[in-house]
Design a protein around this ligand. Structure first.
Ligand SMILES: Cc1cc2nc3c(=O)[nH]c(=O)nc-3n(C[C@H](O)[C@H](O)[C@H](O)COP(=O)(O)O)c2cc1C
Length: 315
């Protein structure tokens, strides 16, 4: 029997690789999802169904790429493939979310990824209020959703570790760490604010890797790395830190769906070189080093790295 060294677990599913396609427009076509499976993806998170498009009630809307009916049709078709298909639901209104969850589950989604995408910009709301609302949403969604469910978190949290532990206690199956911020930019020529999606680079993985290693072994659910997997190296960094799988969007948009194969080859080559028989044996291998770094040691290494920084302009 040939054993696949990349086989892993994702929200309770056995998957062929820890490389999972993140929610992005590449999954808008069934043939692309087939190509993702062919290229060796472990699972596919579909692009989001937004509650705003749900309100539109089946009517296609140019703003939201597809109508909710089209989305459900895609879920139905994709769920017949051989990899887990995860519907992504985006919003904060529980009535809409409840209907959307039931609809995607009925259409055959194997799991749900819930992305509240809620940026705290209200000057009168405290961090506690914002985070309490996230916990309430997670609790309600967990009760509604009859399938495994992950929640995608923003990086803008005052205490990500504490919140992760409280969310984990609601019984959700995984936390996707972290979503990317797409803030409006000031265009100095047109003098208007514009919002562009920038594809990530490997530097964008640092925050998620940091928290994966601090949370490894502390949660019941899985940690799923998200952001900045540009090469296999970043996927390995997430896994060694404690993520059970990593999601990838930008690299696939930049290099094409076949790049999943390149990432898998990179993982396999590294494992061969380090004589690792299976992915599960490397998950969290380096997390203890970071956990041992107490807050005071962290300040010392922070000061050292600033003091040791070299530049030809420093005389
Ligand atoms: C063009 C584009 C569209 C995206 N659409 C969604 C979406 O519909 N829902 C969602 O939760 N995330 C969406 N994302 C965010 C990605 O799922 C992912 O969290 C983010 O890009 C970080 O991963 P990366 O560094 O591999 O790109 C989108 C990202 C891109 C680049």
């Amino acid at each position: 029997m040939i054993v696949n060294p990349l086989s892993s677990q994702y929200l309770g599913f056995s998957i062929a690789s820890p490389i999972v396609v993140a929610a992005c427009p590449l999954s808008a076509k069934l043939e692309n999802i087939e190509a993702m499976q062919e290229a060796g993806a472990g699972a596919v998170v579909l692009f989001s169904l937004f509650e705003e498009s749900r309100i539109n009630n089946g009517e296609p809307d140019a703003q939201f790429r597809v109508s909710s009916d089209d989305y459900l049709r895609l879920v139905e078709q994709a769920s017949n493939l051989n990899i887990p298909i995860i519907a992504s639901l985006n919003g904060t209104n529980l009535d809409h979310l409840s209907q959307m969850t039931m609809a995607v589950v009925e259409a055959g989604a194997h799991a749900v990824e819930y992305n509240p995408y809620h940026l705290p910009i209200n000057l009168m709301r405290s961090g506690r209020e914002v985070e309490d609302e996230l916990v309430e949403l997670a609790t309600e969604m967990r009760a509604i959703c009859q399938r495994p469910m992950a929640m995608k978190l923003m990086p803008t949290l005052s205490s990500p570790g504490y919140l992760a532990m409280v969310l984990d206690a609601t019984g959700i199956d995984g936390l996707v760490m972290f979503n990317r911020l797409y803030l409006p930019q000031v265009d100095t020529e047109s003098m208007v604010l514009s919002r562009h999606v920038h594809l990530s680079r490997k530097e964008d993985s640092a925050w998620g890797i940091h928290w994966a290693s601090l949370l490894h072994g502390k949660m019941q659910g899985s940690i799923i790395g998200n952001s900045g997997v540009e090469h296999a190296e970043q996927a390995l960094q997430y896994l060694l830190s404690g993520a059970e799988a990593v999601q990838v969007a930008s690299s696939l948009i930049r290099n094409g769906i076949d790049y999943i194969g390149t990432l898998n080859r990179g993982l396999r080559d590294w494992m061969e070189h380090h004589e690792c028989a299976d992915i599960s044996s490397i998950i969290g291998l380096l997390s203890e080093q970071r956990q041992a770094d107490s807050a005071s040691q962290d300040r010392i290494s922070y000061m050292k790295s600033l003091h040791n920084f070299q530049s030809p302009h420093f005389k």
